[in-house]
Design a protein around this ligand. Structure first.
Ligand code: PRT
Ligand code: ZN
Length: 287
């Protein structure tokens, strides 16, 4: 039954599906699931892809039905399954937060003693309460947690938040973050040496893709008399590439920039007289 292929479990549909498939695709691995199948063979990589509900993924990976999986940290830690976290993947970001009705007297987690908290994450909430010496009652509901206070089911909720608009439209105020979460790659703890080799190969590609996602390639023309100032702003992989332009007194400068410092640096480059600034996405980055 078991063959040499690496078996990966990803979400069948939902918030993590598209980004999971995109990540594999950017790693050169084709995942086509036209027929809404449970399992397909990937293209260009010895891999089988299982499409599952996210809640089932930690269990499948613990049991070795799947070798690896992509799942939110919230689901992973709530499941309390014994698998290894290999890599954070930078998408599906959210937080599990405590929230109360806007006008509630409850101001902080410590005010939750003897209160009722509705959540779909009883294990995470229980551990949080224990760690903070809070005694509250947990009421488990599987969906629409945000309506619980409004219908008198609970005093507070613990639910996933990303933009915060669900809390806002339900008249709730975010009080405290229990867990920051993003999609992660997990693996079974007893993989064979052969499987681990494939995991390493995949991980190498994932890291190259993720590194590239946070960076841009920048080309610009610099007046030679400001070249040192401009180079000083640009880190580059080793150091920026500088080439003379056909026009005397000018050089072409190429470099790699982090997305988050990008706008600041572009403004300063302009101040230093840089012209013709081109910014290009990087597809893969192997350092
Ligand atoms: O069918 P299946 O069981 O696989 O899917 P699911 O319905 O359980 O999960 P799904 O697809 O909704 O989410 C999958 C994963 O995405 C979650 O486990 C998180 O790791 C991650 N994620 C990221 C989120 C959110 N952001 C998110 N905003 N999961 C849920 N939400 C919900 C939240 O529950 C709340 O209802 O969105 C609402 C809040 O969003 P804002 O933007 O209004 O704050
Ligand atoms: Zn789910």
């Amino acid at each position: 039954m078991s063959n040499g292929m690496l078996k990966i479990a990803i979400q069948k549909s939902g918030r993590l599906y598209e980004d999971s498939v995109k990540l594999l695709k950017d790693c050169g691995i084709g995942v086509r699931n036209g027929g809404n199948k449970l399992k397909i063979e990937a293209e260009n990589f010895p891999m089988e892809v299982f499409f599952l509900r996210d809640d089932d993924i930690p269990q499948y990976v613990e049991d070795g039905v799947a070798d690896i999986g992509i799942v939110g940290e919230n689901v992973l830690y709530e499941s309390e399954k014994r698998v290894s976290l290999i890599e954070k993947l930078g998408f599906g970001k959210c937080r599990l937060s405590l929230a109360v009705p806007r006008n509630s007297a409850i101001q902080s987690a410590s005010d939750l003693n003897r209160c009722k908290i509705a959540t779909s994450y009883p294990n995470l909430v229980k551990n949080f309460l224990k760690k903070n010496n809070i005694e509250a009652e947990i009421h488990v509901i599987s969906g629409s947690v945000e309506i619980a206070p409004g219908i008198g089911l609970s005093d507070a909720i613990a639910d996933l938040v990303s933009s915060g608009s669900t809390l806002m439209t339900n008249g709730l105020r975010e009080m405290e973050v229990i867990l920051h979460s993003e999609a992660v790659l997990i693996k079974n703890k007893n993989l064979s040496a052969g499987k681990l080799e494939f995991v390493d190969k995949l991980l190498f590609r994932i890291k190259a893709v993720m590194k590239a996602r946070g960076t841009k390639y920048v080309l610009l023309n610099a007046p030679n008399n400001r070249l040192q100032d401009i180079i000083g702003l640009l880190p580059g992989m080793k150091s920026p590439t500088v080439m003379p332009l056909a026009e005397p007194g000018w050089s072409s400068v190429h470099s790699v920039l982090n997305e988050n410092e990008f706008w600041d640096i572009i403004e300063k480059l302009k101040d230093y007289g840089a012209q013709g600034i081109l910014v290009i996405p990087i597809e893969k980055m192997v350092v």
